[in-house]
Design a protein around this ligand. Structure first.
Ligand code: NOJ
Length: 558
């Protein structure tokens, strides 16, 4: 078991979609318990468990009504303890999703806060009077889930802020009692045996107190208020306080991952510089927003150089440390978005994995990535479940804009694509449930499934296992520096990792064409040892002709 956290690989479980043990169509903790050996076989070091807390499930559990209990939909606290023990017995750590930018509107803190203007908890959330002129809402900020970011509470006559759904009111981190309450929750979980936190939208916790308006989007009274709350004025102070109050002095290593939409490289470097004692790593968004124009369903093609340079920018900063990922429960399937989910699904899934795992940072494998799971057919509005997609569509429909092009874009980009059930085998419902799944299983599970892959040395699963092994055994993968080669090449992604005693050369063809390339490296690379490759044969370095979606890593001493 690797002890240096920088060598760890994280596997994300979205519990609703992983495995259902009781036939209600929704995944649960017993389902996860039944599959811990799958994780051990893959060799991952950490599981990030998306929320299983009590929740009205307005946003599938990212709206928490009790931070210290498990929702009955997923099981019990005792089962969670069992899961922690089962993972620990296999050398795997458990990281909880800490969602503390907001709570559910059913959380007792908000219920108290909402009860009257004089409630002692009033100031735990963002309450403001309606304003004369402009929008009646206190600012013209738009929620990430469409419409105003403010909701009027009729009874007390004030608006509260919700950057996400109206059932996810934002906590007021300016109030020290709120911060102390969050710290207490974190300590409670650490005492229970969890090994860290993935902190949801943690760079939104500090808002500009002036609450200024923003430029509205064309045709809308609202605009994205990002500039007034993304990595806001007190964020670093709050993170340092959290470190001091909760993390410092804990035995072992408490892993901390800050989800930071809209953070710059400079923000990430500050947040992850060990000397500043904030977080271990930042989960960035730059690469998954390259294909967005105004919003996630307004798509454009991304040229490979832009993608390569985005990831390279995370590598150059000496002190920054990033979570590396292609997909998660908020993103479509990697192989459909960045690879080729047709003729080259297997080769491109392996190549995506190789490139990701060989970057500097911590690789995150989203459940099903290790099988090369692809986007499912989603064509009508009834195929979608996600509040973000449904709200967006409803608002577009109200404007008369809900055209087939929008549905097509939703089919490609909806968060639901990262949430279709895990494909365990070829049986009906992919072995996910014996009931009716809460969201349709991808029909390709007849061929794309775990049972078909775990014993096959040529599978996407086996390829992931080799990459994870490589990170555990070769320090160059974690420690080596990084140089992007051929930054402007439209098809080839190549880079060097140079460690103290050895170096790795990573070469990948991100296209369905054959590509002959002269790599800008010395001839001493000829005959270097192949460490991993997705197609048979010895690569002809430094002048290979790459087959469609071919990739390899070669190694030499220094
Ligand atoms: C990020 C989470 O990953 C996403 O699923 C959720 O909707 C928002 N934060 C709000 O909690």
């Amino acid at each position: 078991m690797a002890t240096d956290w920088r060598r760890w690989v994280v596997y994300q479980i979205y519990p609703r979609s992983f495995a259902d043990s009781d036939g209600d169509g929704v995944g649960d903790l017993r389902g996860i318990l039944a599959h811990v050996d799958h994780l051990a076989r893959l060799g991952v070091d950490v599981v990030w468990l998306s929320p299983v807390y009590r929740s009205p499930m307005d946003d599938n559990g990212y709206d928490i009504s009790d931070f210290r209990d498990v929702d009955p939909l997923f099981g019990t606290l005792a089962e969670l303890d069992e899961l922690i023990a089962a993972l620990h017995a296999r050398g795997i750590r458990l990281v909880m999703d800490l969602v503390v930018n907001h709570t559910s509107d059913e959380h007792p803190w908000f219920v108290g806060s909402r009860s009257s203007r004089d409630s002692p908890q009033r100031d735990w959330y963002w309450w403001r009077d309606p304003r004369p002129g402009g929008t009646p809402e206190p600012t013209n900020w738009e929620s990430h889930f469409s419409g105003s970011a403010w909701e009027l509470d009729e009874r007390t006559g004030q608006y509260y802020l919700h950057l996400f759904s109206r059932r996810q009111p934002d906590l007021n981190w300016e109030n020290p009692q709120v911060r102390a309450a969050v710290h207490a929750v974190m300590r409670w979980w650490l005492d229970r045996g969890v090994d860290g936190f993935r902190m949801d939208a943690v760079n939104l916790i500090s808002k500009d107190l002036a609450l200024p308006d923003v430029e509205p989007r064309p045709g809308s009274p609202y605009g994205r208020g990002d500039e007034h709350y993304v990595c806001g004025p007190r964020m670093h102070e709050f993170l340092q306080e959290m470190h001091r109050e909760v993390l410092a002095g804990r035995p072992g290593h408490v892993l901390t991952v800050g989800e930071m939409p809209g953070a710059t490289v400079a923000d990430a470097v500050l947040s992850t510089d060990p000397a500043r004692r904030e977080l271990d790593m930042v989960l960035p968004f730059d690469h998954v927003r390259l294909d967005h124009r105004a919003h996630r369903y307004d798509l454009r093609d991304v040229a490979l150089p832009a993608l390569k340079k985005t990831l390279a920018a995370w590598q150059s900063a000496e002190r920054g440390w990033y979570a590396l990922y292609w997909g998660n429960h908020d993103q479509p399937r990697a192989v459909s978005r960045f690879g080729d989910d047709g003729a080259h699904r297997v080769a491109s899934a392996k190549t995506l994995a190789t490139v990701l795992h060989l970057h500097r940072g911590t690789p995150f494998v989203h459940q099903g990535d290790e099988l090369g799971m692809a986007n499912a057919p989603m064509r009508t509005i009834d195929d979608f479940r996600d509040i973000q997609a449904l709200n967006f569509h409803a608002h577009a429909a109200a404007r008369g804009d809900a055209d087939p092009a929008l549905l097509a874009a939703m089919g490609r980009m909806s968060r639901d694509q990262g949430r279709t059930p895990m494909q365990w085998d070829a049986s009906p419902n992919a072995g996910f449930t014996t009931g009716t799944p809460w969201i349709a299983v991808n029909p390709d599970h007849a061929t794309v499934n775990a049972a078909a892959q775990v014993d096959d040395p040529d599978s996407v699963f086996a390829h992931h296992r080799r990459l994870i092994d490589l990170r555990h055994t070769d320090p160059v993968v974690t420690e080596g520096d990084f140089t992007l080669l051929l930054p402007d090449h439209p098809r080839v992604w190549a880079f060097l990792r140079r460690g103290r005693d050895a170096e790795l050369l990573v070469v990948a063809n991100f296209s369905a064409e054959r590509v002959a390339v002269r790599l800008p490296v010395d001839d001493g690379w000829a005959g270097a040892e192949t460490v991993i490759a997705n197609l048979p044969g010895e690569p002809a370095v430094p002048e290979p002709t790459l087959r469609p979606w071919e990739s390899f890593v070669v190694r030499r001493g220094r």
